[in-house]
Design a protein around this ligand. Structure first.
Ligand SMILES: NC(=O)c1ccc[n+]([C@@H]2O[C@H](COP(=O)([O-])OP(=O)(O)OC[C@H]3O[C@@H](n4cnc5c(N)ncnc54)[C@H](O)[C@@H]3O)[C@@H](O)[C@H]2O)c1
Length: 274
C-alpha cells in the first residue's frame, strides 16, 4: 500500500480489461489516476467507480493526444507515470476473419492431436488489407509514440518518471494469423529500449510488459480455443487482468528504480523468453 502516494498516473485504454485493473491497483497504491479511453461512457463510469478522472482521446490521433496531455499538465501540473495500454486485436470489426482464424486453427489443432501432419493452411496474412494493417500499427505503435512524446514534455523538466509500454508475448514469439499485431508489439519493444537509453539521463525509466493470454474482451474472439491455450500454459490457466496490474505497480513504483529498458512478462510460462 501507498507505493504510489502523491504520484499522478495516466493509463490509456483504461475503461476495461487490463487498463482498468492497472488503474484500480494504482489508485489503491495512492496515485491520482487519469483514465484515458475512446469509450467515453465506460471510461467515465470506471473513473467514478475508482475515484479517478476520465480523458477521452484516440491514442492514434496525434493532435488529440497532445491536447489530452495539455489537459493533464493544466489540471495536475505533473505526470509521474504513463502506461501505454490502449490496444485492439485486429479482429474486433472483422467477424468473418475471426471465424476463419478460429476454424482453421482448430482444424490444425485437431490434425496435431491425430499425430499430424498439419495440412490446413491458415492463409490470413495473404488476405490482410492495407487499411487493417495500418489501423493495428496506428493504435499500438503510433499511439505509444504519440503518448510518450507528449508525456516527456511534462516529465523532462522534473527529471523523473516511469513509462510502461504494453507489448505482448506476440512481440517476440509471434503467432499465426496475427502478423500486424505481432509487428506492432515487437516494434513497441524496440521503441521501449531505445527510449529507455535516451531518457535515462533525465531519471525517466521506460519499461515494457509483455503479457501472455489474459481473459479480457480482447481475447473473447478465441472462443473454444481458450481451453487449448490454458492446456498449453505450464501454470494451467489463462491470466487475469490483475496478474498484469501487479507487474505495472512494480514498474511504476520506486521498488523498480534500477530497472529500465526491461520487459516483464506475466504469461504463466507459455513463453519463457522476451
Ligand atoms: N488480453 C490479452 O491477452 C493481452 C495479451 C497481451 C497484451 N495485451 C495488450 O494489453 C492491452 C490491453 O488489452 P485488453 O486485453 O485489456 O483489451 P480490452 O479490449 O479489454 O481493452 C482495451 C481498451 O483500449 C481501448 N482502446 C482501443 N483503441 C483505443 C484508442 N485508439 N484510443 C484509446 N483507447 C482505445 C478500448 O476502448 C478498451 O477499453 C492492449 O495493448 C493489448 O494488446 C493483451
Amino acid at each position: 500500500m501507498n507505493r504510489l502516494n502523491g504520484k499522478v498516473a495516466l493509463i490509456t485504454g483504461a475503461a476495461r480489461g487490463i487498463g482498468l485493473a492497472i488503474a484500480r491497483r494504482f489508485r489503491e497504491e495512492g496515485a491520482e489516476v487519469v483514465l484515458n479511453d475512446l469509450d467515453a461512457k465506460a471510461a467515465e463510469k470506471a473513473a467514478a467507480e475508482i475515484g479517478g478522472h476520465a480523458l477521452i482521446a484516440d491514442v492514434s490521433d496525434s493532435a488529440a493526444v497532445a491536447q489530452m496531455f495539455e489537459q493533464v499538465a493544466t489540471k495536475h501540473g505533473r505526470l509521474d507515470i504513463l502506461v501505454n495500454n490502449a490496444g485492439i486485436n485486429g479482429f474486433d470489426h472483422r467477424p468473418a476473419y475471426a471465424e476463419l482464424f478460429r476454424k482453421r486453427l482448430s482444424a490444425q489443432a485437431m490434425e496435431l492431436v491425430m499425430g499430424g501432419p498439419v495440412r490446413t493452411h491458415l492463409d490470413l496474412t495473404v488476405q490482410e488489407t492495407d487499411e487493417d494493417w495500418q489501423r493495428i500499427l496506428a493504435v499500438h505503435l503510433n499511439g505509444t509514440f504519440f503518448c510518450c512524446r507528449a508525456a516527456l514534455k511534462i516529465m523532462n523538466s522534473r527529471l523523473s518518471g516511469s513509462i510502461i509500454n504494453m507489448s505482448s508475448i506476440m512481440g517476440t514469439s509471434g503467432a499465426p494469423g496475427t502478423a500486424a499485431y505481432a509487428a506492432a508489439k515487437g516494434g513497441i519493444l524496440g521503441f521501449t529500449r531505445s527510449l529507455a537509453r535516451e531518457v535515462a539521463s533525465r531519471g525517466i525509466r521506460v519499461n515494457a510488459i509483455a503479457p501472455g493470454w489474459i481473459e479480457t474482451d480482447l481475447t473473447a474472439f478465441l472462443g473454444k480455443i481458450k481451453s487449448l491455450v490454458a492446456a498449453q500454459t505450464p501454470l494451467g490457466r489463462i491470466g487475469k487482468p490483475d496478474d498484469v496490474a501487479w507487474a505495472a505497480v512494480y514498474l511504476a513504483a520506486d521498488e523498480s528504480k534500477f530497472l529500465t529498458g526491461q520487459v516483464l512478462s506475466p504469461n504463466g510460462g507459455w513463453h519463457m523468453s522476451q
